[in-house]
Design a binder for this molecule. Structure first.
Ligand code: 6PG
Length: 486
């Protein structure tokens, strides 16, 4: 081992770790690496790291000893217990002021706990969400770091240098204290779930109604990618339709089993939305769609029992229909982002994170999985009004609904008529229609609650805060109406 001290060290040489190391090195940083299985480190040292400014170490002692002060040790291992295990091993080797960075998809409450514990030991902790997969890690991810300001001062210059760049601006900004970075990354992933499901529903409607060939699908998505839907996920979808299976010569997508996996960040997002009483219906629909997809055997059995609908052959204007589905996708996507940002705002207030939505939209424009042209519009919306109540109310987005809502509704009707499940499209439209309704049927619901549980209700024609109870049956001795004042 040389005496040279590295700018940063990375523990965990799986796909993301390896590529982040190479990215850091390519930007002029010296990097030390350690992996629990020494053979992995050796393979990396003799392969992709060969001849590069990368120090391979065999023990954690050597690893820590090879780092310049204050030491920056980045962990890229599986979220959960493995992160705690590495921290426990690192802590006795570190000194006051050293920094541990967790770049995995950790649960933000774990990050809060770890930050608090390590602070007591004089160590700094950065929970950094890193998005962009293998390619992003190597060429420029979007990085969402949380932690103290001083920790950010030390790691920020490295992260901003290795992050993706959009219009000269690195896709990395300090998100806020303790778990803020991992929380923002979790919301990113929730939104990613929503985006992916919405694209899949667009595909399902088109397939059932007009049955485009793989080549036509490729063209449809290529066309959409030129407009307001321009994004990484539309781009890869376009490419997926061009891939042929080598064995059969058929489009590969048609041979893939329709059972979706999920590692957990989507479920965390939905669970936290429920805790904060924030509606996250699009992402929720996306998570549930993955769950339903995974029940393949049950679905196959049910498909033989439950009645289907008579599918009418499509008789309309094909291009108009494709445009309707595009509009449905765009409008639903806006709703999903509005919900995700609402949850961010609520959690941000709850934890005193002081989140900056302009910053978040800025760093999601490049490097990450949800990168999309329309994030520029979100950035502009929050720059124009940092206290925006709901993204749908930003003039630009309201105008999109004006233009797209007719097509959005037609596309959903076409899906419903044909028995195509479009849970994320309908959840989005349901939210839109509820949010824009001055009156909802909750008057009846309140009456029901009061009827069976004497839960009381307020009245439209009386001041807010004055509560009423009615004896709905006229039985039981109570008089007709009793007034309670809060
Ligand atoms: C990213 C991705 C990344 C990972 C997801 C996949 O931002 O780079 O979100 O974190 O691909 O965790 O999650 P699922 O396995 O749950 O789809």
């Amino acid at each position: 081992m040389s005496n040279k001290q590295s700018d940063i060290g990375l523990i965990g040489l799986a796909v993301m770790g390896e590529n982040l190391v190479l990215n850091m090195e390519s930007k002029g940083f010296s990097v030390s690496v350690y992996n629990r299985t020494a053979a992995v480190t050796e393979k990396f040292a003799d392969g992709r790291a060969k001849g590069k400014n990368i120090i391979s170490t065999k023990t954690l002692e050597d690893f820590v000893g090879s780092l310049a002060h204050p030491r920056k040790a980045m962990i890229m291992v599986k979220a959960g217990a493995p992160v705690d295990a590495v921290i426990d091993q690192l802590v006795p080797l570190l000194e006051q002021g050293d920094i541990i960075i967790d770049g995995g998809n950790s649960l933000w409450t774990d990050t809060q706990r770890r930050e608090k514990d390590l602070k007591k030991k004089g160590l700094r902790y950065v929970g950094a969400g890193v998005s962009g997969g293998e390619e992003g890690a190597l060429n420029g991810p979007s990085i969402m770091p949380g932690g103290s300001e001083e920790a950010w001062k030390s790691v920020g210059p490295i992260f901003r240098k290795i992050a993706a760049i959009v219009e000269g601006e690195p896709c990395c900004r300090h998100m806020g204290p303790d778990g803020a970075g991992h929380y923002v990354k979790m919301i990113h992933n929730g939104i990613e779930y929503g985006d992916m499901q919405l694209i899949c529903e667009a595909y399902a409607i088109l397939k059932t109604a007009i049955n485009p060939s793989a080549e036509e699908f490729h063209q449809i998505f290529a066309e959409w990618n030129k407009g307001e839907l321009n994004s990484y996920l539309i781009d890869i979808t376009e490419q997926i339709f061009t891939k042929q299976d080598e064995e059969t010569g058929k489009p590969l997508v048609d041979l893939i089993l329709d059972k979706a996996g999920q590692k957990g960040t989507g479920k965390w997002t939905v669970g936290n939305a429920v805790e904060h009483a924030v509606v996250l219906s699009t992402v929720n629909a996306a998570v549930e769609a993955r769950i339903l997809s995974s029940m393949k055997d049950k679905r196959v059995a049910a498909s033989k029992i439950l009645p289907t609908v008579e599918v009418k052959p499509f008789a309309g204007d094909r291009q108009q229909f494709i445009n309707d589905v595009r509009d449905a996708l765009y409008a639903s996507k806006i709703v999903s982002y509005a919900q995700g940002l609402d949850l961010l705002a609520t959690a941000g207030k709850f934890y005193n994170w002081n989140l900056n939505f302009g910053d978040i939209a800025t760093i999601w424009r490049g490097g990450c999985i949800i990168r999309a042209a329309f994030l520029n519009r979100i950035k502009e919306a929050y720059e124009a009004n940092p206290n925006l109540e709901n993204l749908m109310l930003a003039p630009f987005f309201t105008e999109v609904f004006v233009k797209s809502q007719a097509g959005w509704r037609r596309a959903i009707c076409a899906a419903v008529e044909r028995g195509v499940a479009v849970p994320a499209f309908t959840a989005s439209l349901g939210y839109y229609d509820s949010y824009r309704s001055a009156c909802l049927p909750a008057n009846l619901l309140q009456a029901q609650r009061d009827f069976f549980g004497a839960h009381t209700y307020e009245r439209l024609d009386k001041p807010a805060g004055e509560f009423f109870h009615t004896n709905w049956t006229g039985q039981g001795g109570a008089t007709a109406s009793t007034t309670y004042t809060a």
